[in-house]
Design a protein around this ligand. Sequence first.
Ligand SMILES: Nc1ncnc2c1ncn2[C@@H]1O[C@H](COP(=O)(O)OP(=O)(O)OP(=O)(O)O)[C@@H](O)[C@H]1O
Length: 535
Amino acid sequence: MKPPESHSNNNPKTPKLSQEEFGLPPNIFQNSNAPAIDLTDTVNTDPVKNSQQETEPTTVKTPLTLNIPTFDTINALPTPMTYTPLSPNLLSSMSPTIQMQQQPFQQLNIKKRRNNNNLNNINGINTFKSHFNEIRNSKELDQVKNIAASNRVVSELIPPPTLSPQRIVSLPTVNEEEITFDNEERTKLENEQNEFSNEEIILNGYLLKDMSHVRQWKKIKHIGTGNFSFVTLYESLDEFDKYYHQVAVKKIKYPNNILNTTDDTLSRLESSLTRELSVLKTLDHPCVVKLYGINNPIFIEQKRPLTTLLQEGHASIPSCEFIMSYCNGGDLLKELTECQGNVPRWLIQRLYGELVLAVKYLHENLIIHRDLKLENILLRYTLDEIIGMRNTASYYEQNMIELGDFGLCKKIENGELCTARCGSEDYVSPEILMGIPYNGNLTDTWALGVILYALLEDRLPFDAPPNANQRQRNRPVAHRIARFEWRWSKTLDEVGLDSAKDIVKNTLTRKNQRWNIQQMYDSDYIKEVVGTLKF
Ligand SMILES: Nc1ncnc2c1ncn2[C@@H]1O[C@H](COP(=O)(O)OP(=O)(O)OP(=O)(O)O)[C@@H](O)[C@H]1O
């Protein structure tokens, strides 16, 4: 059994912020000869809901006419969801695929991981067990490090130091605006994170089931950094119920000048925070991360906690820390990277079956996730440990994954279409790319198709195909997504994968043909594995 790995990392991330509806950057849709269409949108016009629950604007103002391009001339997303290098030269100069061409050792091609855990964990690769490929010498280790270093960072606000300027995202409730981060600000964020990880912290918090008693946890180690947050492992000082002994604490990052901004950054942050919390506290499924408590009850009790505190004359705003179930195995992308993608087929089916159960639960409760990706699939055990459990009763009696990161989720009305353009570049559906009001259930199943493809093929479906020429490699992912351009490569001739491939075929397709979660659940691939579970 592999010893537990540290999931800590020290690289800063910036808030991944979801998009404004159709705040289309003018340069993207111009100069196209394609027919103009009217995209004026009146979806989601309930002012009460909008002010209290949903961060999307009440009425979406879109250009009266909009030229839809052929995508041939676009080298960035219509509305930025991630940084995208402006210059094609820059793009190619940092393309990890190109670097990978020079790295014959590399087998796992899923490299668009946010730039957090990989480098820190890479040294642990040597210790992996025999069923995973080992890094056998220092030259190979260096190669892997280079690849990890070249990972593109998706859905992030801060561009990597080598690239400037970047296209930047905005929060959902305001018009798209350009926010730039200079090196100074980046350094500040880095320092802030280092300070955070050096602090000795006793956390005072409240369990949702009993908000009248303060409880204490002590910090054990830093385990992850998201666009929005730092995640840390804590252990209880006074609560020995096994569920609350070890907890993952997600501390929300606040923008530096949050109190001095003249725009509505504070209220956008606030509504995003309270939306995530309000959904999380209603969820109860084994395969979904659990919100156990909060460091400050005001975040649960008030609709506008930050504004309220400031109105009451507080000079600063308190930190917001979610106390959540802890997943000891880290996230699935980290594990896949470490084991070089050689995950047994039965294990993929098991993990994926649980993921489908989690999303089915959400959709049945009218919640869409909108950020399904490998990084957000948390593992209760390492893959090594799960493999070791296979022939035991506990393999069937307990869940192995918890779906996390509800920062972009939304509670919807039946049949409601969404307009907030959000997600992570590689997992985003063509209709979101195109700026068309979308069915969030179907954009979630699209992302599920991307995930299954990635698990089977060890690469993301819309990356340049293996053996692609230089020109193809330079084409942005968005082009391939918009054209549904994916194909089997590694598993082309592999037998026994028909039912899994059926899911991919029926999810990475046009929205009017795409399977919903019930159809996925009813597929042979999922039925077969779900039938064996006893939790
Ligand atoms: N409950 C948990 N148990 C173990 N690790 C966790 C847990 N929650 C988060 N992490 C780790 O921290 C990372 C960041 O967490 P999370 O995705 O929730 O933050 P975020 O700021 O919302 O990120 P994103 O960049 O995806 O928006 C995860 O990818 C995972 O590695």
